[in-house]
Design a protein around this ligand. Structure first.
Ligand SMILES: [Zn+2]
Length: 180
């Protein structure tokens, strides 16, 4: 997304919540967070946020929405996929959708955390729109398995007791927030 397209959207967002205009440095920080994101999903996330939330989002909260966007618009992802390099490691998606054991909540329910990990074998993750520009850890399938992640959502097998929550402490890059 070009900066000239980004600026009116972020100004609408801050206007909506009655905030003073962001200063140049703050705008630059926001832009750096979303420069790899296409305009259309970014606009979609901002508009959805304005319709449903009472406070200005953090960049992380918008990125969480973007993960939902790509899940809800597989045809757009397919269009983006065509622009990607062929990659056998990640099926050319650019990232891996993985789950890991998040322990138990206070009621004893098993929690599974879901996150997206960028592929180490291609640059297709740049087209995903869900990773910050400073993402610095990349993964192969083997590393993912060796680190105890799984590729299928374990909670789907036991909907009665499983649930998925966002991992807000993620330091590795990005995560998805699919709540089941
Ligand atoms: Zn790849």
């Amino acid at each position: 997304m070009q900066k000239e397209n980004f600026l009116p959207v972020i100004r609408d967002l801050t206007d909506w919540y009655g905030r003073k205009q962001l200063n140049t440095r703050q705008i630059e920080m926001w832009y750096q967070q979303f420069r790899n994101t296409a305009l259309e999903p970014f606009q979609w996330a901002c508009e959805l946020w304005m319709r449903t939330q009472r406070n200005l989002p953090t960049p992380q909260q918008l990125r969480d929405l973007l993960v939902d966007y790509w899940k809800a618009h597989p045809e757009k992802r397919a269009r983006e996929d065509k622009k990607r390099a062929i990659c056998d490691e990640c099926d050319s998606r650019g990232y891996f959708d993985v789950w890991y054991d998040g322990g138990q909540d206070s009621q004893g329910h098993q929690i599974w955390y879901n996150k997206a990990l960028p592929c180490a074998m291609c640059n297709n993750w740049r087209r995903c729109g869900i990773f910050p520009p400073d993402v610095n850890k990349f993964w192969t399938q083997e590393q993912i398995i060796n680190n105890g992640f799984v590729f299928e959502n374990p909670a789907l097998d036991r909907m009665d007791q499983g649930r998925v929550e966002a991992d807000t402490l993620d330091e590795l890059g990005e995560q998805a927030t699919q709540r089941l």
